[in-house]
Design a protein around this ligand. Structure first.
Ligand SMILES: *Cc1c(COP(=O)(O)O)cnc(C)c1O
Length: 353
């Protein structure tokens, strides 16, 4: 939009520089929030549901970061449903057995309604994923997974899907495009809950699909208008404002997490520390649900709340949710590490432990 050559920039620059209105004397640096359902006839946009210039600004930033064409949605789940909507009736989706519970739950509902078939796989078992791919209609991967932080061998699995002609999607919410770019590894689509690290301030819901093919993106944009899951203007503005600081937030939260991991590993109450080596998400196993609940109740700086990827550090025992996979241990606490001072974070957490 600015005319700058973003291909030559570091992602850290693109995050700040992309998605700006054209430079003109007196023009704003940020795209305005337009509160309008409809627009004067004859222009690029006539009805808000089609998507506006503000959406295009955020989509430009996310698309450049992932290396594809982005579309934003009213939530991560709305973006996931937009992809599931394209699976033919009776088609088969290969999906992770233990990953983000909301999407798994939706797939189970569609399976029970005979809308789709689902082949559940362990994403850490590359041979099983690869064996399930031929004949499927969509391969759905998530890595690192929520909340077990399991890592999938994405390049092998995505290459197999590509060779078999099966479209693939990677939920990249935990890694962010600053740590992992699945389209470069052969994925057809990347999914984001932009509610989390991309927007980063726990004040909105937002989803994104990034397509390797611009033609696919145009088709999804057409369907987004028909499904009616276009995000609101205030949310889109706030997500664009939030993403500007993504690089500094991710770096700081990650260095905090990397400082906390060895401290947690040597703590006598912590049985297991699950951390993939990068990013700001850590899961720890405590002996049982009651012990884990007590830790969540006793923190004073950390916040006992669901969700993740915000500037503030959060924790929760995942199995308190009925929809969570039974493969997740009862005493597992998921930590979303924020950007506070790490000594303050450890003092509070070790006190609660
Ligand atoms: C939160 C989350 C989602 C769902 O996104 P919403 O914005 O809450 O609808 C999808 N995938 C992962 C990995 C998530 O953590």
């Amino acid at each position: 939009m600015t005319g700058a050559n973003h291909e030559s920039f570091s992602p850290h620059t693109t995050i700040v520089a992309a998605g700006r209105p054209p430079r003109r004397p007196g023009g704003p640096l940020n795209p305005p929030i337009e509160l309008a359902s409809n627009f004067h006839a004859g222009g690029d946009v006539e009805y808000y549901r089609e998507g506006t210039a503000l959406h295009k600004s955020l989509e430009e930033v996310i698309g450049l970061l992932e290396g594809g064409t982005a579309l934003v949605y009213a939530s991560g789940i709305a973006a996931a449903n937009a992809l599931l909507d394209r699976v033919p009736t009776g088609g088969t989706v290969v999906a992770p057995r233990v990953a983000y519970a909301g999407i798994a739950g939706r797939m189970r509902e569609l399976h029970e309604a005979k809308r789709i078939d689902v082949t559940w796989v362990d994403v850490t078992d590359t041979a099983a994923v690869v064996a399930a791919i031929p004949g499927a209609d969509l391969v759905w991967l998530e890595s690192p997974t929520n909340p077990m932080l399991q890592v999938c061998e994405l390049d092998r699995c995505l290459r197999t899907a590509r060779e078999a002609g099966v479209p693939s999607v990677v939920d990249n919410t935990f890694a962010t495009p600053l740590r992992q770019r699945p389209l470069e590894l052969g994925a057809d689509y990347v999914l984001h809950s932009a509610t989390k690290s991309l927007a980063g301030h726990s004040d909105l819901l937002m989803g994104a699909v990034v397509c390797a093919s611009a033609k696919e993106a145009a088709d999804l944009a057409y369907r987004r208008n028909h499904l009616g899951n276009t995000p609101g203007a205030l949310e889109t503005y706030l997500a664009l404002r939030g993403i500007r600081t993504l690089a500094v937030r991710v770096d700081r939260a990650e260095s905090n997490a990397q400082a906390l991991v060895p401290l947690l590993e040597s703590h006598p109450s912590v049985l297991t520390v699950r951390y993939p080596g990068f990013g700001s998400m850590i899961s720890i196993d405590l002996s049982d649900a009651a012990t884990a609940d007590a830790v969540c109740e006793n923190v004073q700086l950390w916040t006992y709340a669901t969700s993740l990827g915000g500037v503030e550090s959060l924790l929760e025992r995942r199995r308190r949710w009925a929809g969570e996979s039974l493969d997740v241990p009862e005493g597992l606490i998921r930590l979303s590490v924020g950007i506070e001072d790490v000594d303050d974070l450890w003092a509070d957490l070790s006190n609660a432990l």
